[in-house]
Every structure is written in structure tokens, then in C-alpha cells.
Ligand binder design. Structure first.
Ligand code: ATP
Length: 378
């Protein structure tokens, strides 16, 4: 149940009484707390409130980050979305989405689902100048946290060595969620020294060959893809590299039983459209086909062996924190997400940081594999 204080705030923001009751009934809206700061997060969308929207006690609203449309046929997709108008091309950085916001005197980092993330909140001022929020308390910095030491993502981009980094890609208004025009964001990032995703420049549909060349290069460099944005941020589309599609399959196949089949199908579909658009055949086609097959089967078979010899399907990841308490808060945070993790190791890096090693176990995937290995008929 949402407490009476929040009820009043939500009604004032325009959520109707009946709507609120329905949402509460099905757990679509949940009240939460982070270090004494109370907030409500939307697990489902409701009129005017996107999934992932967070409402704080002081009435601050941080809208959920919207879905970005994906194109799988680059040339036709670009034509259709941008209709001949120019667009900026930015790198799509492979990490996890955070919205950074000042609420009262605290700077908080929110996950896509609308949780205050204890880890990201502790680390965010390592990357973002607090001065920005003194000047713009009503703006939200939206970016990707990416690197090899991430609590949510198995791998980081190739150019982030150790630890994790923040990459800005959007600035939105609290309340409305309206994005600042791209150029204004580029200027603010420069002015406040906020690290930004790489911007590859202004393109239009007449430069499709250059765009293809860019995709080929990013793919060779092991990077995820691009997000194209009209300067006013009204039209946005994403396109991922063939490398990222194969790599996602490779990462996912270790935990095959824990992912919906659609995860794999979507990536195979994207690759098929890439092959078709590029008319890939011969050696190049064979190479990709082999890479995809290996990505799909290799880690899957390895994890069956692991379970068959008494092990579990598990993942080990490390993060750097300033306080060990943050590591325990992450364990509790994952528990609320329905995920079981535990701390394996704590190492003092002697520079003000601790390196924490977590282990995540996949009990359902392990059970399923064990059963099948042990001969269950189905
Ligand atoms: P959705 O399709 O709802 O956007 P998703 O998780 O299925 O979400 P992704 O393939 O992860 O889709 O792509 C969208 C995400 O890409 C964004 O939520 C954002 O976190 C991330 N991203 C990385 N770089 C950028 C960028 N330059 N511009 C916008 N988003 C970016």
C-alpha cells in the first residue's frame, strides 16, 4: 500500500483515485526507501507515468526512460525514421541505464526500473560534477554506466579498462521528461566536464555508405552500435553491430535456461537482416555463421558440463566501492529484484576503494540442466 502522504502527492500529480487503486492492487506501484529517502516507483506504466517513473516525497517526479525504437534494415530504417532530415550519430555504449538526479540535498542514481541503486549512487560523484546540479537542480542527467566492473552487465566496452565509467547521452527535465536539444546537451557536457558518449557527427540519409562504414568499424572494434537522434531529440533510433548481436548470444548461452527464447531469436533476426542488407556471402558469410553457431553452443555446452560434474550455473562479478556497507546494500537490492547473490571476497585496494567480488547463482537454470542431464524425459 502507498502511504497517505504519497497518495496525496500522486493525486495532485493527476493520477486518478481508481487508477491508483488498480495499480496498487496488482503491484504496479511500489513504495520504497533509500537511506531515509522515501519514493514510489512505477513497475507498470499508467497514464502520464511511464514504467520506471520515480516520485519522491518532495513531489519531484523523474519519468521513466522511454523505449528507443530499433531499426534492423539500416538504409530503409534511416529513411523512414528521419525522412531526409539530418540526425546526430552517437555511440550506443553497452552498460546499464542510469538517471542521475538531485533530490533535496542528495544526488541519486536511478535504475531503469526505478530503484535507487546503492552502488551507482555511491560512485556517481566520481564521474559527474556536483556543480551541474547546483546550477540546474531541475534537470536529470541520463547516461550509461559501463565497464568490466559492473553489477548488472557481464562485459563492458573494449575501451573501459578496469572499474566502470559514466557516459552521458541525454539530459531531461524533471516532471515532463522532455529532453534538451542534442547540441545544448553537448555544450553542457563540455562546460561541466561530464563524460559523454562519443558523437560521430551529423549525418543524413544521403550518407548511408559512411554510416555503413562506421558500423563496420565499430563492429571490428567490439563496440555495441549507434543511436541516431534528430537535433531536437524528437526522432531517435538505434542500430546495433553484428559483433554485439553475436556477443550477446555468446554471453546469454551460458545461462540459456534463464533467458526467454526471444532473447536469442531477436539477435538472430537482427543478424539475418544485416546479412541480407549487406548481401554477405561466401567466406564472410561462413565466418559469421560459424561465429554465431559457436556463440550459441559453446558456452551452453560448457555450462552443461559444469552442472553435470556437480557445479552450478553461476556468474562472478566485481565492483569497486568506497564503503563495505554499499556491498551489503547491493546484496539486499538484488534480493528485492528476486536475484540471489552473495559476497565472495573483499579486497582493500588501499586507495579509498574496496574491490568486492560477488557470486550470482542461477538456481532454476541449474535445476533444469541437472534434471535433463539426469535423464528426465519430457
Ligand atoms: P528499450 O528498447 O526499451 O530502449 P532495451 O534495454 O531493450 O530498452 P537497449 O538495446 O538496451 O534496449 O537500448 C536502449 C538503451 O541503450 C538505453 O536505455 C540506454 O541505456 C542505452 N544507450 C547507450 N548509449 C546510448 C545513447 N548514446 N543514446 C541513448 N541510449 C543509449
Amino acid at each position: 500500500m502507498v502511504s497517505s502522504g504519497f497518495r496525496a502527492t500522486l493525486l495532485k500529480l493527476g493520477l486518478e483515485e481508481e487508477r491508483l487503486a488498480v495499480l496498487e492492487g496488482k503491484g504496479g506501484i511500489v513504495e520504497d526507501e533509500f537511506e531515509g529517502i522515501r519514493y514510489v516507483r512505477f513497475r507498470d506504466s499508467a497514464r502520464g507515468f511511464r514504467r520506471g517513473t520515480v516520485v519522491f516525497e518532495n513531489g519531484d517526479v523523474v519519468p521513466g526512460f522511454p523505449h528507443i525504437k530499433r531499426i534492423v534494415q539500416l538504409e530503409n530504417g534511416v529513411r523512414r525514421v528521419f525522412k531526409g532530415e539530418p540526425f546526430y550519430v552517437e555511440e550506443k555504449v553497452d552498460g546499464y541505464n542510469v538517471r542521475v538526479v538531485k533530490v533535496g540535498r542528495r544526488i541519486l542514481a536511478l535504475t531503469r526500473g526505478g530503484f535507487v541503486c546503492p552502488f551507482t549512487t555511491e560512485r556517481i560523484l566520481d564521474f559527474v560534477d556536483e556543480g551541474f546540479f547546483r546550477d540546474y537542480p531541475d534537470l536529470v542527467l541520463v547516461g550509461e554506466m559501463a565497464g568490466p566492473e559492473s553489477p548488472y552487465i557481464v562485459e563492458g566496452p573494449p575501451y573501459v579498462e578496469g572499474d566502470i565509467r559514466f557516459f552521458l547521452f541525454d539530459i531531461q527535465e524533471k516532471g515532463t521528461g522532455k529532453s534538451l536539444p542534442a547540441e545544448e546537451r553537448y555544450d553542457l557536457a563540455r562546460k561541466y566536464g561530464i563524460p559523454h558518449v562519443e558523437v560521430f557527427g551529423l549525418y543524413d540519409s544521403s550518407r548511408i555508405d559512411d554510416l555503413r562504414g562506421l558500423i563496420e568499424r565499430l563492429s571490428r572494434e567490439g563496440r555495441e552500435g549507434i543511436v541516431m537522434k534528430s537535433p531536437d531529440m524528437r526522432r531517435i533510433a538505434k542500430y546495433v553491430t553484428p559483433y554485439a548481436n553475436v556477443n550477446d548470444v555468446r554471453i546469454g548461452s551460458r545461462i540459456f535456461f534463464d533467458l526467454p527464447h526471444g532473447y536469442f531469436m531477436a539477435r538472430i533476426k537482427r543478424l539475418a537482416f544485416y546479412f541480407a542488407e549487406r548481401h554477405l556471402r561466401g567466406e564472410e558469410f561462413d565466418e559469421y555463421a560459424k561465429a554465431l553457431g559457436k556463440a550459441l553452443l559453446g558456452p551452453f555446452v560448457e555450462s552443461i558440463h559444469e552442472v553435470a560434474s556437480g557445479g552450478e550455473v553461476e556468474e562472478v562479478f566485481t565492483v569497486r566501492v568506497k564503503n563495505i556497507g554499499t556491498a551489503y546494500r547491493m546484496v539486499a537490492h538484488f534480493e528485492r529484484l528476486g536475484v540471489r547473490i552473495h559476497i565472495e571476497d573483499i579486497e582493500d585496494l588501499k586507495n579509498g576503494y574496496w574491490r568486492i567480488t560477488f557470486k550470482r547463482v542461477y538456481p532454476d537454470a541449474t535445476r533444469e540442466m541437472r534434471e535433463l542431464w539426469n535423464g528426465r524425459a519430457f
